[in-house]
Design a protein around this ligand. Sequence first.
Ligand SMILES: [Zn+2]
Ligand SMILES: [Zn+2]
Length: 745
Amino acid sequence: MYGQLTSDVPLGPFEGTTITVWSGQGKQAKLHATPSCSYLRSARGVERTVHLDAAVVGRMCPQCGTYGSWARPGTGLAVFLDTLTGLGLLYELDSFRDPDEDAFEDEEVRHAAAVLYKPVADTPAVPGEQDDAEDDEDDTWEERQEAQRVRESVLRQWGGALASMHRTHRQLALFPWLRAWAGAALEAKAGYLRVLQEQAQLLVAERALLAATAAAAMTEPDVPADEPAFAPLGDPGEARRQLLSLWRRWRSAVEDSWDDPQQQTYVVHHLTDTMGSRRKGRDQMLERARAVVAGWEADVRAAAGERHGDRVVVARLPHDAAERGSGRSLVDRLGEWELGVLASYTADVVWEPQSVITVRVPEPVAVRLLTQHHTLSYSEPETDEADQPAAQSPADPRSATGSGVGPGVFDDTPVHSRHLVTGEHLRALRATMRDAEQLYVVFSVGGGLEVVALSVLEERCAAGWQGSIIAGASDLPDALFAPRQPSPGQEEPVWPARIHDPHHEAFGSHLSTAEGERVLVRLREGRRDTDHALRSLALARGVADLRQLQAVGYDDRDFPRRPFASAVWHGLLAMEQLDLEPFEPDTDTGWQRGSGLPLGVLAGVQAYTSDAEGRYQGRAHSPDCKHRRPEHGVSRDDDLVTIAELLGNKGFDPCSKCGGYAVRRLSQDQVAYYRAAHRLHSLTHQVHSAAARNNGTGSAELAAQLREFAELDRRTANAWFPLRKEARQWRQTVNALLGELPGPA
Ligand SMILES: [Zn+2]
Ligand SMILES: [Zn+2]
């Protein structure tokens, strides 16, 4: 049964939290987490806020009590309830407590073990291979199949119980007030785990595990490739290649198995894969090959038969070793040999503060566990506690006990009562919140306010960072993100035609932050997460260096983690370049030169490029360029330079497709100055050409436009020119042009 919240579950610090419920009329009407619950029959469901307590839990509708979201995602209460319900802690506490319908009686297990250990007669493991295959033999084969099925099932059950125990303890660690309440269930689970382990131990033979260990340590044998029996394989060189390939196949079957090596003899048939069944010498070849394999078997069995001392090895289960309800956790992925070793030799398991399995194994098994790659990672037991990796600084007493997840870690209390966030909190958040990988405003004394992705925050917490979460993207005030009406009929394109005339009012506006927002909305149109994308954009705009926004690591489908939709990058960056001609020096050597205007407020505009200095092979690319890696957006490997640094940079070698960099979107003032500079640049050409022709027609109009630039009001001048000398330079340029104008004819 999926876990349903019941009124006996202690709510701890969440008792009394205000939640919103929907219910029909009547004092005893069931409470629902959502007005759309199918159990809410009355169309007149009333919305109310209530204080969460046992009585409220008792009135929850079973559907909502199992799957409902009673709290805003990303709050402590949501993490608590989501961790408990559904396939969460309540489900875990209830599973692997007693034998279920898949369980086997001890008697069945003993019978299966007897069948498995009965010395196999000198027959192949696959029936029908010999002419004298008799009914007896078929029966034996079927009995053996059944016994193997029992073994597989019991061992997997034991692994499943182990994984469930691990998950249960990891989840309980988040909510320490549940510990006492869960005590009886934990005891039952521990008891059943022991029962399963005892059954599993009956089904796995030490000699098989040792033989597999010896096979794993075996070095390439000499093979009798030039014997006449192997002539059907080809010349001795080819026969040697095939026999060695047979040996590798045999070894990998034996070393990963919990079965006696004798069960793997069938691999010899791969020698005849490309051979007709009537091929001359085929049967003799197979017979000889079986003898060769029998020799290898004898070798590993002899090695397995030696007496060995024992050694203690430990396996620490990583916190995410057992994702909930899934069949793809680490424990589920254990191979036969490893699972067999764990079931046979586990001497002790401690679950707190971390799940650590202690095995006492024969020396060769210890060596194999410690030196080869396995699903779990094994190490020697630590004699000194100082070897423990210090996840948090020892100065923080809270980290030692684990503070659990209560209110105040995430955005659900006043900021002044926030707790330090820990890796444990973030794991709980990630396990319960679908879009947990988002941007968060975090605060630390050392770093001040910052905006980081969850994965980056996890990295920091693991490295001992101490700070608090102020808000996630989804916590930003709703009032700032009013629901948008779909853009009415007018089919405006996502990317409108470029305006080239600087005298046009909209010149340069395609570079603006406002345009970034519009483009983002258009790109996400019709998607449910448009609102989330806008929130991410708003948070990211405050980030000084966009390279910090890159998430780290991969999600559970092995895609790189992304804190927001890639379209958000179009909101942050204009995937194009500034036309810098007005700011280039006035070299006076021909027409269409720069005007040498000051960069002013544009000087600090950021450009993101793969290579600002020509340091790497190939051209520089913009974050949006198809010639780059498949992911869009800025990465930590990109260069961040300012427009001032880019202007006149000889090393910069841009790609002709993308222009080499993307520019961070411009503020209103920056767009206004960009347009003004282009207008003045264009006026300069007009003045020069009028002066060259000494033609005063239109001078009055030019003069009027120039005067507008000569007499900037103070606000504009301050906004455009951070440096006073730039304002002066601008004025001088305009005045010089006014002086150059030929008088009216
Ligand atoms: Zn309901
Ligand atoms: Zn490019």
